[in-house]
Design a protein around this ligand. Structure first.
Ligand SMILES: [Zn+2]
Length: 866
């Protein structure tokens, strides 16, 4: 990684003259942020909203020939996502050329000589965003100042940067900027000035909008993914945050351990180098408190940063220090944790922060130093970065020509073809090459028919494919103290095992309930590239003189059933497995008598959902029970939970209509008159639900939870025939507060004895029971700090628990890590509890976790539709 030896000095000097001659007039005419916002960026108590920021960008772009704007799609709440391209005018005039160079180097199907030529000619595209986590408010504000600084600068260093770099500047969560400003501004000057936002700052995901990048469920993630993996192919991807480990003022790479193995080693080197360059920039400017190498690891690839690492894009995460919003705070050394009070110098914290005022503007200034430092590195090492991008892609293509896995093979006849299509289309969006076999072939002794899908790992982003599809083997860091302790002589580690910052296992085909086979030997077959994977065209097959049939094993069948119910049609579910024309259909499959719903309605639903609907000539020979359109509500605490948001996301995706209930609605009661089913999302235990925020910590409308009275109302709801569905951690509430006859065997167990904070486990289901309709007998399931149940004796039959799913007795772990496996072997994971006239459903593992395990959504759907 030597510094560029070829900065084209003659051309550069000429450019400076030109720029200097052209600039003074235009620089004077540039609007400053305060001219548009009415306050300076980072002023105490002031946050710009997204429309204000875009208004400023528009005014700046109109006045400056260094700034161009473009749109990349809509947000979840319908705003247009506008981004800025910032560079010298001659680069902006040649955007298509530079985009093409970036793409060709990234896709790496070039000779080293061709790559060298392109690297010399190309510009370093740097993607940079602010505002992903809206309550970490400095980064989005800093975007505004950064755009102005770059547009207005006349100094040689910035002109050099703008000559070498094309900056793609993005507001990652526009909705969140508004939600936050709308909450904060009215609270300024009240006792609740720094009170937490009582709702998610992304309507579905909240903080988890940085856990979505592996699958890209959210439209914002999809827009950014398209921009990065299909349009701009940046060399560096910089994602700003604002939760530095206190008292550090900013956290930069190098990262903590463990390190994800599916990245090119060059990428880790560049991350470390850029992180160190940033640290030096802080010390040069006298900004204390830059720290590295603690807290944030690179294991989980669902973050915006780590997902691009295996696309050979150097991701940079920083965490600037935060107090709350735009409210300043003064700190003394005595506020620091004891370990930091001595201000001890260390290799990754050589310039400790000594305390003092910390204002929004300080955080904005730290963000600016960090951003400009990254741009400076991109400029200084432009050619090496571009060539290394090619090198990482070319190495990956070459490596998996010679070593397994050679490809991932996905048969087309999966139990849920909709899941297969969805996963493969998302992988195409994420830049992967997906193929379809045009002939039958054999791999590792197994025969596959024509039409089988293949994803060769020998492709430029093959490491991402491997990362997403393989089973994770999380390293037990206790075994390798030499690798992470950083001491003269490392010591054996005696304590509890180390967890990752987030998930330890995520294998996507497992989460989707799909068969995916890694090829251990090279696969030779004629195959064609796929731009889009379709399961359809959706249509009604066979004569439908009696009615229609939808298989219970397909998620889209539930959406279709919801649409038929909405259209006023009758929907019944088969109580047992049965066959139609020699084809077996599982218990729970949907039967739609034709008399109740018109054929064109069903045909339209089939087309829109790309779903195969079977026409029934005769009534199938199986007992059925009718289902009603569920009168459904989901509880939403003011203590916002991303899992509540993701649950709504899944309901919306599959056409479930529902109301949202707040504390006051539950306290008011009469729930049974309005609803049949209530969803209690994962708020940990029931304490948060019942007690909520303490009085005095929030404006009065947001304190107090549902109260014991509301809890009583929920019990009455269930006793009088309603169903309450408890998700994951909140199952504790069903046991402790409703008296569900079960015990969580993991309650109170210490980390020394059990850890499984995010892995994929083998689960056994009983598909004869309505809650497990459409599930296979065995399937992978996400486990994330979940309970495991032992059923207690029932009380006179009024509260009886039936086990619907349990953790496998053997080989429980499929992907990730579990410590203390024996504690959950053979224990129940899903309980169907009769409760007087009603029912409690305990989904003891997160069936809809981050809207990713499409293979287990049916557990939730079945709880709502029967
Ligand atoms: Zn953050």
């Amino acid at each position: 990684m030597m510094r560029s030896t070829d900065p084209v000095p003659v051309f550069f000097a000429a450019l400076l003259v030109l720029a200097a001659a052209a600039v003074p007039a235009s620089a004077q005419n540039l609007p400053k942020p305060e001219d548009v916002l009415g306050f300076k960026v980072g002023d105490d108590y002031h946050l710009a909203t997204y429309p204000q920021a875009v208004e400023y960008f528009k005014r700046l772009a109109a006045a400056s020939d260094r700034v161009k704007l473009a749109d990349m799609g809509k947000t979840s709440m319908g705003q247009t996502m506008t981004y800025a391209l910032i560079s010298l005018p001659q680069n902006l005039a040649a955007l298509e050329k530079h985009k093409d160079i970036a793409r060709r180097l990234s896709l790496a199907r070039l000779s080293p000589a061709e790559a060298q030529t392109l690297a010399r000619e190309g510009r370093a595209v740097v993607y940079l965003d602010g505002g992903l986590h809206a309550s970490e408010c400095a980064p989005a504000q800093h975007n505004i100042q950064l755009a102005y600084d770059l547009a207005a600068a006349q100094d040689p260093k910035t002109l050099r940067i703008l000559n070498d770099v094309i900056l793609v500047l993005v507001f990652a969560n526009p909705d969140g900027m508004n939600l936050l400003a709308d909450w904060y501004h009215p609270n300024v000057g009240t006792p609740f000035e720094v009170a937490p936002l009582p709702r998610l700052y992304h309507i579905y995901a909240g903080h988890d909008n940085n856990r979505d990048s592996l699958l890209a469920n959210l439209v914002e993630t999809q827009n950014i993914t398209r921009l990065v993996n299909r349009e701009w192919f940046p060399v560096i991807y910089y994602n700003h945050h604002q939760t530095a480990p206190f008292p550090a003022r900013i956290w930069t790479p190098p990262n903590s351990e463990p390190t994800n193995p599916n990245v090119h080693p060059l990428l880790v080197r560049w991350q470390n180098m850029i992180g160190s360059a940033m640290g030096a920039a802080f010390d040069e400017e006298g900004k204390e408190g830059a720290i590295s190498r603690i807290v944030f690891d690179t294991w989980y690839p669902g973050y915006m940063t780590q997902v691009v690492d295996s696309h050979n894009i150097i991701s940079i995460l920083t965490e600037t220090a935060l107090f709350r919003y735009a409210t300043p705070r003064f700190y003394t050394v005595r506020d620091f944790p004891a370990a930091y009070q001595d201000l001890t110098m260390s290799a990754f914290y050589p310039n400790p922060w000594r305390g003092g005022w910390w204002r929004l503007r300080d955080a904005v200034d730290y963000c600016l130093t960090a951003s400009k430092s990254v741009l400076d590195v991109a400029s200084k090492y432009r050619e090496e970065l571009l060539y290394n991008k090619y090198r990482m892609g070319a190495d990956t293509i070459e490596r998996f020509r010679k070593e397994p896995p050679y490809a991932y093979i996905l048969p087309a006849d999966q139990a849920d073809p909709g899941n297969l299509a969805l996963l493969l289309n998302r992988m195409i969006l994420l830049g992967l090459e997906v193929y379809k076999a045009e002939e039958s072939f054999t791999s590792d002794g197994v025969a596959y028919p024509a039409g089988t899908y293949l994803l060769p790992v020998s492709q430029p982003f093959g490491l991402f494919l491997k990362n997403a599809f393989e089973e994770q083997k999380y390293p037990d860091l206790r075994k390798y103290p030499d690798l992470w302790q950083g001491l003269v002589a490392s010591k054996p580690f005696e304590g509890a095992p180390f967890e990752a910052y987030d998930m330890m296992g995520w294998t996507l085909p497992h989460q989707f309930g799909l068969t995916s086979v890694p090829a251990q030997t090279p696969v030779e077959v004629k195959m064609s590239p796929q731009k889009e994977v379709r399961t359809g065209p959706g249509r009604v097959e066979d004569r439908a003189s009696f009615g229609f049939l939808l298989s219970a094993s397909e998620n889209r069948s539930y959406a279709a059933a919801n649409r038929v119910l909405k259209a006023g049609g009758r929907v019944a579910r088969a109580k047992k497995e049965f066959t139609v024309q020699g084809q077996a259909y599982p218990a729970g499959s949907f039967i739609l008598p034709g008399g109740s719903v018109q054929a064109p309605v069903v045909e339209k639903i089939a087309r829109d959902l790309d779903l195969r609907v079977v026409g029934l000539a005769d009534r199938p020979n199986v007992e059925t029970s009718d289902i009603k359109k569920p009168r459904l509500a989901i509880y939403q605490s003011w203590m916002a939970s991303a899992e509540e948001g993701w649950t709504r996301f899944v309901l919306d995706e599959f056409d479930f209509a529902y109301d949202v209930l707040h504390d006051a609605d539950v306290r008011a009661g009469s729930l049974r008159a309005k609803y049949d089913v209530l969803i209690m999302p994962d708020y940990g235990g029931g304490q948060a639900v019942v007690e909520g925020y303490a009085k005095g910590t929030m404006p009065p409308a947001y304190v107090g939870g549902i109260t014991p009275n509301g809890l009583r109302n929920l019990k009455v709801f269930a006793e009088s025939g309603g169903t309450i569905v408890f998700l994951n951690g909140v199952c504790e509430m069903a046991i402790e507060m409703f008296g569900a006859p079960a015990r969580n065997v993991l309650k109170g167990v210490k980390a020394q004895d059990f850890i499984c904070s995010g892995s994929i486990l083998r689960m056994e289901f009983d598909p004869a029971q309505p809650l497990a309709y459409g599930m296979p007998k065995e399937a992978p399931a996400v486990f994330a700090d979940s309970p495991a149940f032992e059923i207690s004796p029932s009380y006179g039959g009024k509260r009886e628990a039936k086990s619907v799913a349990k953790y496998a007795a053997e080989n429980t772990l499929l992907s990730g890590w579990i410590h203390g496996e024996k504690l959950i072997k053979d224990r129940s994971a899903v309980l169907d509890v009769s409760y007087e006239k009603g029912r409690l459903v305990l989904l003891g593992f997160p069936v809809q976790f981050r809207a990713q395990p499409y293979g287990t959504f049916k557990l939730l759907f079945n709880a709502l539709l029967n």
